[in-house]
Design a protein around this ligand. Sequence first.
Ligand SMILES: NC(=O)C1=CN([C@@H]2O[C@H](COP(=O)(O)OP(=O)(O)OC[C@H]3O[C@@H](n4cnc5c(N)ncnc54)[C@H](O)[C@@H]3O)[C@@H](O)[C@H]2O)C=CC1
Ligand SMILES: CC(C)CC(=O)C(=O)O
Ligand SMILES: [Mg+2]
Length: 360
Amino acid sequence: MEKKIAVLKGDGIGPEVTDQALKVLKAVEKTFGHKFHYTEALVGAVAIDATGNPFPEETLKVCQSSDAILFGAIGHPKYDNDPKAKVRPEQGLLAMRKALGLFANIRPVNTYKILENASPLRADLVQNVDFVVFRELTGGIYFGTRGRSEDGNMAFDTCTYTRDEILRISKLAFESARQRKNHVTLVDKANVLASSRLWREVVKEYHAANFADVTLDFMFVDNAAMKIIQQPAFFDVVLTENMFGDIITDEASVITGSMGMLPSASVGSVVGLYEPIHGSYPEGAGLNIANPNGAILSAALLLETSFGMVAEAKAIRAAVEKAMEDGILTIDIRREKPNSTTEVGDYVANLVAKGASVVA
Ligand SMILES: NC(=O)C1=CN([C@@H]2O[C@H](COP(=O)(O)OP(=O)(O)OC[C@H]3O[C@@H](n4cnc5c(N)ncnc54)[C@H](O)[C@@H]3O)[C@@H](O)[C@H]2O)C=CC1
Ligand SMILES: CC(C)CC(=O)C(=O)O
Ligand SMILES: [Mg+2]
């Protein structure tokens, strides 16, 4: 049966990188004999401009009636630079995650031999880095009560978590560890925060009762930020709350050579959403310079996770790697004679179109 994909390109470089992922999905359709149906919908600043709402009802409906969602990025400097803006693109992103129940954001961090020299870290530290961050996505400080005093001199944000919110993502992280190196690190700030102490308590109990065969350790987030640079190969599965996961995955992305390389899958009970971890990179928008690999690899995650198309996902990943080995690299990776966003998309799509056997 024809699979339905909602396409939410968003703002800035979002449309440019999503277009490359779409090219690659179309190549998959051809090569593997599938038929996908794409429906575009608005989110972010473009949605505010068109409707006044960063996540319009119509977009929610499109998402709910799709089998998977491909998302670009949102965000625009006209809102970033206006602290008094009443409606912001980011509200659309958060509303979408909440409305679709996307409680787990899964961000794989793996390095490529060909990119070892693009990393700010020494090659010996980068080798064999392969970990995955399970970031809680619909709780914590991004969703807590916030406010500002009437005189404007005080502001607050609150971080809350419930036992159930911690349990459901912990289950996914431990299950993933069993398929990997059997090692989970809970990253928190339990020496200071009550919410982190609840995370520790719940994860410890849950581990002992259900996943005692998995190695579990605990690390304060400031230490984790250091360890990701000092010894990134230490990590296998990182389990953490919303804001810590947001911050440490941007940090981790540069180990691979560029922020533009990392894909992610957001899952819950309704429909999966797939997006590169980066934002709308406004300075790069319209210049055809952004690295589309994070978006393309997000399409691979979509096929694998939402459609169970493992060979197709493998073909995309192999094509991305082969393109880089063939020297097809955007300016974030190679400053001399870089390739454009569209050149990378065309090259990867071509490799996939040449046939699964060529690249798999
Ligand atoms: N999921 C989303 O839609 C996200 C949206 N944002 C929004 O994006 C806007 C810009 O935020 P920033 O903090 O500048 O984060 P950003 O992720 O957009 O860009 C940070 C830096 O990363 C690099 N970069 C990002 N994507 C790249 C790509 N595909 N290829 C090459 N280099 C890339 C660029 O050097 C850029 O200056 C803001 O409005 C922010 O709120 C930020 C993060 C996530
Ligand atoms: C609006 C932010 C929470 C988006 C972000 O930085 C992310 O999801 O990585
Ligand atoms: Mg982020």
